[in-house]
Write a protein that binds this ligand. Structure first.
Ligand code: ZN
Ligand code: ZN
Length: 347
C-alpha cells in the first residue's frame, strides 16, 4: 500500500511525523483529497497541550484545502480535479438542533470534527465527506483556501453583530480571529480599536494601521473612553476567551458583547444587575453556520486587508517546531511570546 507523510498526535506534547497508508474511499460519499495547504490553528496548540478534547493517533489539522483525487460512488457534486476548501465540522442533520437550524449545536459535532476527532489535514492526503467540500475559484490561492473555514466563523459573528457604519468597535485579542474581525470593522465601522498583550501581535496591529494598546501597560477602560469621546464601545468582540469582565467595562449602555474566544477553563465574576441596568446585549455563538460560501466570496473579491495575516509558509516537517512561533514550546509544553500570526504548511 502506498504511503504518505502525516503529523499525528501520539500523546499530549507529542506531534510526530509518521508514514501512513494513503487513505482510500470507504463510504460512498467519501472524497479523497491531496492536501494543497494546511493552517496551524490556536486550537491545534491547545489540543497538543491537552487543554482541548482530543483523540490519540489522529492526524491533526482542520484548516485545509486540497485537490480531489478520488470519489465514492454517491459523490455527484464534487469532481476529481476540483480544488476545494473544507468545513471540518460535520453536522449530523438529524438531531433536534440540526433540524431546528442550530447546526453548530449539533450533538455529533464534538465527536466528528475533522482534524480533532477524525484524521485531518496535517498530511499529504485525507478523506472528507462530500458535503463538507466547497469548490475554490482560481482567485483564491491554496494558502488563502486554508482560511475559508476560519473566516466562516468570523462571518457568523459578523452576521450576529449587524455592525453599523457609526459604531465604535473594540476587539480584545489580535490573534487570527481578532485580526479578521478588526479588518471587517475597519471596512464597516466608524472607529475600531484593539487590545493585545503579545508584543509581536500588538506591533502587527499597528502595522495594519489600527489603534491598539497593551492592556497590561495602559488603563484600557480609560483608553477606550477617550477614543470614543466618552461613550465607550458599541460593540466589543472578545477574541481571547478570558476578557469577558474587561468587555463589560468597556461596552457602552445598550451595546453588544460577542464572547468569541474559547477557553473552557476560564470563569468570570459578573454583576447581573449591571447587564440589566445598562441593557447590555451578550451574543453567544459557535463556529460558522452557512457561512462557507460567504467566506469564499469575501476572499475572492479580496476585500479584507490580509497583508499581515500570513507570517510564513513551511513544509509539513517543520510544523511541530513552528508551534514555538505561535507561543507553544512542544518539548516543554510551556507558553512564551509569539513571533507569528498565521503559519501555513505545505505537505
Ligand atoms: Zn481553527
Ligand atoms: Zn445534528
Amino acid at each position: 500500500m502506498e504511503k504518505m507523510k502525516a503529523l499525528v498526535l501520539k500523546d499530549v506534547g507529542k506531534l510526530v511525523l509518521e508514514e501512513r497508508p494513503i487513505p482510500q474511499v470507504k463510504d460512498p460519499d467519501d472524497v479523497v483529497l491531496k492536501i494543497k495547504a494546511v493552517g496551524i490553528c490556536g486550537t491545534d496548540l491547545k489540543i497538543v497541550e491537552g487543554k482541548h478534547h482530543y483523540k490519540l493517533d489522529t492526524v491533526l489539522g482542520h484548516e485545509f484545502c486540497g485537490e480531489v483525487v478520488d470519489v465514492g460512488t454517491h459523490v455527484h457534486h464534487i469532481k476529481i480535479g476540483d480544488r476545494v476548501a473544507v468545513d471540518n465540522n460535520i453536522r449530523c442533520g438529524f438531531c433536534d438542533f440540526c433540524r431546528m437550524g442550530l447546526t453548530s449545536q449539533c450533538v455529533d459535532i464534538k465527536t466528528s470534527a475533522l482534524g480533532v476527532m477524525r484524521d485531518g489535514g496535517y498530511a499529504e492526503y485525507t478523506i472528507v465527506p462530500e458535503k463538507q467540500c466547497y469548490v475554490l475559484p482560481d482567485e483564491i490561492d491554496d494558502v488563502a483556501g486554508t482560511q475559508v473555514e476560519t473566516l466562516a466563523t468570523v462571518v457568523n459573528g459578523m452576521n450576529a453583530l449587524k455592525m453599523l457604519p457609526y459604531d465604535y468597535v473594540h476587539v480584545i485579542g489580535f490573534g487570527p480571529i481578532g485580526y479578521l474581525f478588526a479588518q471587517f470593522a475597519k471596512n464597516i465601522a466608524a472607529k475600531v480599536s484593539v487590545s493585545e498583550i503579545d508584543p509581536f501581535r500588538l506591533d502587527l496591529a499597528h502595522q495594519c494601521g489600527l489603534t491598539a494598546w497593551n492592556p497590561h501597560e495602559v488603563d484600557l477602560e480609560e483608553k477606550v473612553n477617550e477614543f470614543t469621546y466618552g461613550s465607550k464601545a458599541d460593540i466589543v468582540i472578545e477574541a481571547t476567551g478570558n476578557g469577558f469582565e474587561e468587555a463589560l467595562k468597556i461596552v457602552t449602555p445598550g451595546g453588544t458583547i460577542l464572547p468569541f474566544g474559547m477557553d473552557s477553563s476560564i470563569t468570570a465574576t459578573i454583576v447581573p444587575n449591571q447587564i440589566t441596568r445598562w441593557a447590555t446585549k451578550i451574543i453567544g455563538l459557535y463556529l460558522g453556520q452557512n457561512t462557507m460560501l460567504p467566506s469564499v466570496r469575501i476572499f475572492r473579491e479580496n476585500t479584507l486587508d490580509m497583508s499581515h495575516f500570513y507570517t510564513k509558509v513551511i513544509p509539513l516537517e517543520e510544523g511541530p517546531s513552528a508551534y514555538k512561533d505561535l507561543g507553544l514550546d512542544i518539548d516543554t509544553l510551556t507558553r512564551g511570546p509569539k513571533s507569528a500570526m498565521k503559519i501555513v504548511m505545505i505537505p
